[in-house]
Design a protein around this ligand. Structure first.
Ligand code: C5P
Length: 237
């Protein structure tokens, strides 16, 4: 796209541009992969394009199921137009099974099923290493109101109820995922992204990993697995 653009924000794997319209932004999905709070970095060819396609598909599924999302339209292979949200500075995590951070933090066995699924808040703050937050911490820091806390939890569980069966139908366990919300015209919308960078996806039969843990754990064939996951979901990449 040749839209006139001004850089607003450079994240670890996406760049946000102003395109001269008040209510929208252009989001570019880049090939950068990072882990351990930026300590590991690589450029993975095709990642931006695959993430953009997977995000478009899943945001579309969520929108069809009544979730308000920032996603508006695809502008190119790695670019979307999105509503400009005023983001809350918390990350919402849903865990259907134990993996990653919670195993380290609580000494849980990897793979343990959580029924009901577990919800956690984290502070969006790289300098502090994104610490776990209790609801009282959120209120203390003024990051969100009690009502916003409840809304984010309800929306996160609803998104899990929509996406877990979708992945399960094509043989994947949606182990966990991260969501971020923000305000648009007085209402909370889902922002950021839903890609294989921000969730864990395990093959139900083999246990094979199809998400960013391949990069974090140096398992190899990261993009090959991202592509295969997309294809199994019926997404053209
Ligand atoms: O690291 P942890 O186990 O807490 O991550 C839980 C889920 O949230 C994983 O799917 C991970 O990819 C995602 N996550 C993320 N961005 C973060 C932290 C976690 O996408 N900053």
């Amino acid at each position: 796209m040749t839209t006139e653009r001004t850089l607003l924000y450079t994240g670890k794997s996406k760049t946000i541009y102003d395109i001269g319209e008040k209510d929208v932004v252009l989001v570019e999905f880049r090939n950068d992969a990072t882990a351990f709070n930026g300590a590991r970095h690589a450029l993975l060819e095709d990642k931006g394009r695959i993430n953009c396609a997977v995000d478009a598909f899943l945001m579309g599924v969520l929108a069809k199921n009544g979730i308000k999302t920032h996603w508006l339209k695809r502008l190119g292979p790695t670019e979307i137009l999105a509503r400009r949200l005023d983001m809350l500075k918390v990350e919402c995590i849903i865990r259907n099974r134990a993996a990653g951070g919670i195993c380290k933090r609580l000494g849980l066995e990897r793979g343990r099923v959580f029924s009901p699924p577990l919800f956690e808040f984290f502070l969006k703050d790289d300098a502090l290493g994104d610490p776990l937050l209790t609801e009282d911490h959120i209120l203390l820091l003024g990051l969100a109101t009690q009502e916003e806390i409840s809304t984010m939890k309800v929306l996160s569980y609803k998104i899990n109820d929509i996406l877990s069966p979708l992945f399960s139908e094509v043989g994947f366990d949606l182990v966990d995922f991260k969501l971020e919300f923000g305000y648009y015209q007085g209402e909370l919308f889902l922002g950021d992204e839903f890609t294989l960078d921000g969730c864990r996806l395990w093959d139900q039969k083999t246990g094979d990993i199809y998400d960013k843990d391949r990069f974090r754990q140096d398992l190899g064939d990261v993009i090959e697995h991202y592509k295969q996951a997309a294809l199994r979901l019926g997404i053209e990449v």
